[in-house]
Structures are given as structure tokens and as C-alpha cells.
Design a protein around this ligand. Sequence first.
Ligand code: HEC
Ligand code: HEC
Length: 482
Amino acid sequence: MGAVTLPCHRQRPYFRRFRKSTALVKSTKVLSLSLATIAVVAVLTGAVTSQAPRKMTLQERFTPRKGAAAEGPVQFFSMPGGKSAVNNNTPTRAREALTGFDNLTNGYFEQGPDFDTITEDNVEPLRSFNDGRFIFEEVETAEDGLGPTYNAQSCSACHQNVVTGGASQIAEHRTGHTFNGQFFESAGGSLIQSRATFPDIVEHVLPEDSTRTFRMSTSTVGEGYAECVSDSTLLAIRDAQPPDMQGTAPEVAVLEGDGSPGVGRFGWKCQHRSLLSFASDAYLNEMGITSPLFPDENTSQGQFVGFGTAYDPLPEPEDDGIDAQAFVNFMRSTKAPPRGPITPDAYFGEKKFNQIGCNICHVSSIVTAAAGTPINGGAFIVPDTLGSRTIHPYSDFLLHDIGTGDGIPIEPTPEFAATASQIRTAPLWGFRTRNRLMHDGLSFTADESIQRHAGQAANARDAFNALGDFQKTQIFDFLNSL
Ligand code: HEC
Ligand code: HEC
């Protein structure tokens, strides 16, 4: 691509210099300033003040500085052909991650007061799993900063099935246009906000924005474990994959860290490495609520509608960072999706799944970094409850071109251009809870999803199609046990 100038640059969201937050505490909420809270706020404000000597454009903020840190030694992962990295942490020595669709903590944060007793008046956002869950489910209104453009009123509106934090049938749309192989976002960003607090600022898709996709709401449960997988382990998984199936590990900015990038793993494009960066992004882009890491209000198709206009009564940031941290504490405390009953057919189905190479991308077992390992550019230290745990995500958390790319890169910049044709290997844990499949939700059955696997997954799909009906059914039984 070379040094392409970006004529759409002026259309990107307007970013002002971050002003240090004047403790804008929701009056209805009593905040417990525990030591942890102070530390969190110190990290947030420290990172933000040191990284904003002048106004940074969104593009600069998302251009990683420095190199990625290894985040400790490579840990075990399963890979066909004996290529698994073992080091000194075999799955037998690592403990299994906790699993369950039960709204109970994995131990990272304490369970807290009975969920049904928590109200807007007594919630202490950073106190416990149940408080974090309350904030994650809390329905926001314009008085809380919702909008002016947004997609839904709470995180759980899109992340709820079958427990808070799970996936859902809600799809959002992303659009733009592609000219000479270069993607240009729709005015105001590729993510379309489908709701607004005023009728004249609802975003619409322009006819010329012909690069379009739906993106399904993914699951966030168990993602505290995924966050604690070291970058070095994801890179080792990539390196163990055969050349024609090798994944891409995009280096993305960790907005709360020391400036070093990390290996993206969250979202259909692996667009974030840290849950705090993702949660802050979502708070702004799904709900229209600004916070320290995303301090500038969204536009309506490029038109500024933030504080100072008739559309937005609240100064930025609308959340002082407490809510964003509460979402993260909650997500980090969720258990991983549990398996359903493993029947003999499901058991043999997994064997077939492995034999035909599905598990080269849909990696069944990965061990998280050891407790004490600094990750996220030093902003998070792997805690004992999430460290050295074996997870079974059935994903490599890497991007692949299997012919389903939606044409929209992580960022419309040359270094991310290749990501336009790639999608993250869909983690298959929790598969039995989803009925609209693939990133766009346009596949209705497992078989239809498999038939869309081409490109880097063409061999695996062909091997699947060469199986007899009985073996195919066993693979479906296996998938439906996830
Ligand atoms: C309108 C629906 C909607 C709302 C509201 C919403 N999300 Fe999401 N969320 C999505 C979609 C869609 C994706 C996948 C987006 C993508 O990859 O482009 C996603 C992805 C995520 C992920 C990454 C999961 C993965 O795939 O690894 C996290 C973390 C997340 N959301 C957190 C949040 C938090 C925290 C909130 C509340 C502040 C929130 N979301 C509100 C729709 C929503
Ligand atoms: C080269 C990597 C790769 C291989 C090999 C591969 N997949 Fe996938 N798989 C993906 C990617 C990437 C997606 C997401 C694609 C999208 O959403 O557009 C996906 C999505 C899926 C989904 C949809 C999941 C959901 O929740 O929407 C299923 C089911 C699936 N794969 C099964 C299989 C099976 C069975 C095989 C072996 C025949 C296989 N895959 C082989 C990369 C791969």
C-alpha cells in the first residue's frame, strides 16, 4: 500500500485533548475507595496524562508505539503433529479454568452481596462480581450520558445469553467504501450507531458506502482467562500452524498501558488486546458514554454532536473510568463457557474434527501465563485466579482469510490493510448457545458455516465433505456439546 494519504481523515471522529477528570461521580452511587480503586484510578490517570502531551488523533492513538512485550514464556497449547509448546507448564500441572453458566465468580473478584439486594443507590461498582454485573446490566439514559448516538442502553442488552456477559442475536452494522483496494470508513467511523437521542441525528448508510457487513455480538464470558494468555503463546500458536493456514496476530494499541502494543484477540477482527480498552471502546461506540480512554464523543455521520451542541448536555468524560473498570472486573471474573454432556458420539466427533485439521485454527487447549506476569503493557499483572489455567476456547484467537472477510480492516491504515479480508477464528466454546452463526450471523446451521470455509480452511472443509454422513453427524454432535 505504501504511504497512502487518507482523504477520509477529516471524517474521523473528532478527538480533543483529554482533560483530567473532575471526579464526576454519579450522585446516586456510593463509591468505595478501596486501595484497589485508588490504584486503578492512578493507573488510568497516569497512563492518560503521560500519553497526551498534545492532541492525538484517533489514528495516532491506535498506532502502536514501541515493540510488543513477550509477556513471559510460551505456555502449553494443543496442536496437531506434536508441535505443541510445553515449557514447564503442561496441562497436568496447570489447573483447569473454572466453567459454568451460573452467574458465579471465578474467584478473581469476590461474589459480593446478594445480587437481588443491589440497587442504583447502594451499588459499589468496584466492590464485587455482583456489583460489576449490576453495572454491566444497568440501563443508561441520556442523563447518564447515553448517546447522542448509540446502539443499546446496557452492555447486557447485547451480551446476555445464557448469562450476563454471553453472546446474543443482536447484530450491528459496519460500513464504508473501498477504492483501489483501500478501505475508507463511513463518515464518523465504520460502526453505524442505529439509535440516537434526537431524530435528526440517527446515522444512515449512504448508497456509496458499498462495503457493508453485519457483525454479531460475541460472548465475553471467560475472557479474563483469554486476556491472560501471553502474547508469546499466541505467536507460538501462529508459528506452529502450517504455512498455508498460518494465522495473523495483529499488534494493536493497549490504551491503558505503557505504550507497547499487544497481540489483539478480542472482537471479530482481534481489534483489542485488553478488556479495559475494549470496554471503554464499547461504552463509547455502543452506548455513547465517554470515559478516560475514549474521551471524545461520537459524531453523527461526521457531524459533531457532543457537549456544547444542543444534543449533549454532559461534559466529557461522562464516566470517570469507574464504570469502565467495573465492566472489566466483572468480565475478568466470569467463568468460561461449560461443556454440555459429552456423549460417545460427541467424543468421537472431536477425534474426527482433529483428524481433518479443524483444530489447527480451532485450538482446543491453551494455558494462560503464570501468575505475576505483567501483561497489557504492564497495566495488569496476571492474578493467581487466572494464571496457569487451561482453557478450551476452540480458537487460536488469530485472524484468518477463509474467504469470509468483510472488507473492513481494524483501522483504515496501511499496516492493517490485510485485516480487511480476515476474521478471527470464532471461538467455539459456548457454540450450543448460538443460533446465528459466523461473524455476520447469516449461517443458520453448523453445516452451512463449514461450507463457507474456503481459503485457508479449504482443505479442512474438503476433508469434512469427504466424510460419511455418520461421521459428519458425530462432528455436529461434538459442536453441539460445546
Ligand atoms: C449494541 C450491542 C452491543 C452493546 C450494547 C455492547 N456490545 Fe460488546 N460487542 C458487540 C458486538 C457486535 C461485538 C463484536 C464486535 C466486533 O468484533 O466488531 C462485541 C464485542 C465485545 C467484546 C469482545 C468479545 C470478543 O469477541 O472477544 C467485549 C469485551 C465487549 N463487547 C464488551 C462490551 C461492554 C463492556 C459493553 C458495555 C459497555 C458492551 N460490550 C456493549 C455488541 C455490543
Ligand atoms: C484456517 C482456519 C480455520 C479452520 C481450519 C477451520 N475454521 Fe472454522 N472458523 C474459522 C474462522 C476464521 C471462522 C469465523 C469466520 C466468519 O465468521 O466469517 C470460523 C467459524 C466456524 C464456525 C462458526 C462458529 C460460530 O459460532 O459462528 C464453525 C461451526 C466452524 N468454524 C467449524 C469448523 C470446522 C468443523 C472445521 C473443520 C472442518 C473448521 N471450522 C476449520 C477458521 C477456521
